[in-house]
Write a protein of this length. Structure first.
Lengths: 130, 301
């Protein structure tokens, strides 16, 4: 099943609708990384609200997506982990280190907005100081 | 022994005669209802059972137990009696009636009835024997049913209370928009730890919390399993987008955490609850200003 990727202003939003096969996850990764460049997006939100099982491959893919997108110059935030899923993941040691997470889509958007604002302020400050 | 032998060699005729005998028995018990019931209530008082109940109450209960008893003998089904004994237990357990009292009164009834059967059939020894063969297994089953019903009811009450205590012991409280506190007091065993995590993660979701302060001032010590569980809870909360601040770590717990090698980069700790809430407010961008003061130089609560 393909994951739809929506463009919303400077962000991309990918909502995973069900448990995904490994190949679908790879496709999602490639599509997101490609589109971040094409749309010059500043942030990516991956919504996993509907996911009730998260295996090691899936969580590694999420981490890879986040890291690759950071290398492409954008921020990633994973939103909507179910409590049971979250606890099962940490018990398996899948803690998604270095990946931003948020409660739901709204929180994720707020997080990215804040990041973006912070980055702009930083650039302004550094350009002024120059 | 006699009963067992008879049952082992049950034939069609035998079982039929058992039914007939039971019917005769029930008729006898119905006829002498008032008398036997009074005799029973008197023996209960004599034996100092059910002392927490008044005489009238004992008599009222005795009446309904008697009727249910006779009905169970007549129909051979125990559902009604079971339901009644559960209902009775529900009423008398809170008043402090003990298991031995309940078993005692049922056995007393059994004896009273057996005695009355002796009185009635003592002339015909053979008939008495057959009547008792029919009566004893049924009476024993009734006694077991009532006793088991009582014990089950008691266990159910205990389970419910344990559940209630457990629920009470891990409150997840919202102190400010998007800020939860979870004060933990007492010993944390693995089961409580699991429940704690469950409630916290659910609380984060329902209250849309962004910061959680877990206060463990009231926990004297925890073993490495529970400490590990605490670390997992912190990480799971992060996956839900909430930051966890742990406050009030005792020196012993601090040592346990260091011994199991917790990555302190992942765990946000503050000395006491006040400091934890201040830190949480800072993370959420709150600033508490005393009323009437507008200057930015303020004191946080």
């Amino acid at each position: 099943m393909e994951v739809p990727i929506l463009k919303q202003g400077p962000y991309l939003i990918a909502t995973i609708q069900s448990a995904l096969a490994d190949a679908d996850l790879l496709n999602l990764r490639d599509a997101l990384v490609a589109r971040v460049g094409r749309y010059r997006s500043r942030g990516v939100i991956v919504d996993v609200t509907a996911v009730d099982v998260m295996d090691s491959f899936a969580s590694r893919m999420l981490r890879d997506i986040a890291h690759m997108i950071r290398l492409r110059g954008a921020e990633t935030v994973i939103v909507g982990f179910q409590p049971e899923v979250a606890f099962a993941m940490v018990q398996l040691g899948l803690t998604l280190e270095g990946v931003a997470t948020a409660l739901d889509l709204e929180e994720g958007l707020a997080y990215l907005d804040q990041k973006l604002k912070g980055a702009e302020k930083d650039t302004n400050a550094s350009s002024r100081s120059r | 022994m006699k009963g067992a032998r008879t049952q082992a060699g049950v034939t069609q005729a035998d079982s039929e005669s058992t039914t007939t005998l039971l019917r005769e028995l029930v008729a006898h018990l119905r006829q002498n209802r008032t008398e036997l019931r009074e005799e029973w209530a008197r023996r209960i008082t004599e034996a100092r059972l059910l002392t927490v109940m008044t005489k009238d109450e004992v008599f009222a209960e005795a009446t309904s137990v008697y009727d249910n008893y006779v009905e169970a003998l007549e129909t051979g089904t125990f559902e009604a009696l079971q339901a009644y004994s559960r209902n009775l237990s529900e009423r008398i357990i809170p008043r402090g009636v003990q298991t031995d009292e309940v078993v005692g009164i049922v056995l007393l009834l059994r004896d009273v009835l057996a005695r009355s059967l002796f009185g009635r059939y003592h002339a015909d020894f053979d008939k008495l024997n057959r009547i008792l063969d029919a009566y004893e297994p049924a009476a024993n089953r009734i006694a077991i049913t009532v006793a088991v019903g009582f014990v089950q009811e008691r266990e159910r009450t205990i389970r419910e209370q344990q559940e209630a205590i457990r629920e009470l012991s891990t409150p997840v409280l919202q102190v400010r928009e998007r800020l939860l506190i979870l004060p933990i007091i007492g010993v944390i065993d693995p089961q409580r730890a699991r429940q704690l995590t469950e409630q916290l993660l659910r609380g984060i979701r329902t209250n849309r919390a962004r910061v959680v302060v877990i206060d463990i001032t009231g926990v004297a010590a925890m073993d490495s399993n529970v400490a590990n569980h605490l670390v997992l809870t912190v990480e799971a909360s992060r996956l839900l987008g909430a930051t966890v601040i742990v406050t009030g770590l005792s020196p012993e717990i601090a040592q346990t955490l260091v011994n199991i090698g917790v990555d302190l980069g992942k765990m946000n700790t503050v000395g006491d609850l006040q400091g934890g809430i201040e830190e949480a407010e800072r993370l959420l961008g709150y600033k508490v200003v005393p009323a009437g003061e507008t200057a930015p130089q303020t004191q946080k609560i």
